[in-house]
Design a protein. Sequence first.
Length: 224
Amino acid sequence: MSTSRVKKPTQLTLAINDLDFCYLPPRLSLSPMRHNDLVCTVDCSWFFSEGANHMVFALDCTGGQGSYNPHCGPIYRHGQNLWSEARGFIIFADGMVMAERWNGTAMPGLVTVTNTSGAIFNPAMHPVFTLRVQAGYRMGGFADRMRITIHQGIAADGPVLFEGEVTGAGWGWDWTGSHKVAIAGIGPHFVTPNDTGCVEERVPRDAPNAILPFTNFKLRMVKG
C-alpha cells in the first residue's frame, strides 16, 4: 500500500489569522559550528500590496507556544507549533530591516539594522530578492554576530540592495547540535491565543490574499 508524501510548502499564505510560517527540517551537527548560513529567494509582489506587515527569517528555533511564552496556546501551521525562542531578521514593506531575538516573552529584543551597502532597498521596486543570513555562535570569526545581505533577483550573487549586521552577546547562540530555521509572514491584525481563551481563532483577518512564494530555502552549517 502506498502512502502519499506531504508536499513541502513553497509559499506562505496569510489567509489564516494573518499568519503563516514553515520550518526547514532540523540540521544536526556533531561539533561546534563557526556559523550557520541561510539562503532564501522570495517574491513579495503579492505580499505587502495585499496587506502583509512583515516577513521573518528565524534561526536556531526552539520551544513552542502554549505556556505563556508568550502565548498561552499553540499556534500551528503545516503541522508544527510556532517557536518560542530564536534569533533572526524581519523585513518590512518600506525596506526597513530589524534584528529580533525571540526570548519566550512578550518583550523580544529588537534592533534596527543599518544598511551599509550604499544602495536603497525598496521591496516595491525590487520585489524578487535573495537574502543570505550568517549567524555565529560563541566562538570564531562570527562569534556573537549576525549578518544579513539582500541581493536583487534570484541568486546570492546579484546586485546588493542591503547589507548590515548586529553584534553582541544577545545575538550569538549556544551551540546545541540541532539547528532549525523558519520563514514566516504576518499581517497587521494577527490575534493571539491570549485574546481568545488560549485557542487560536483560525479565521481570515486583514490580509487573507497576501502570499509570499519562496524558493532555494536552505541552511548550511560552517565549521572553523
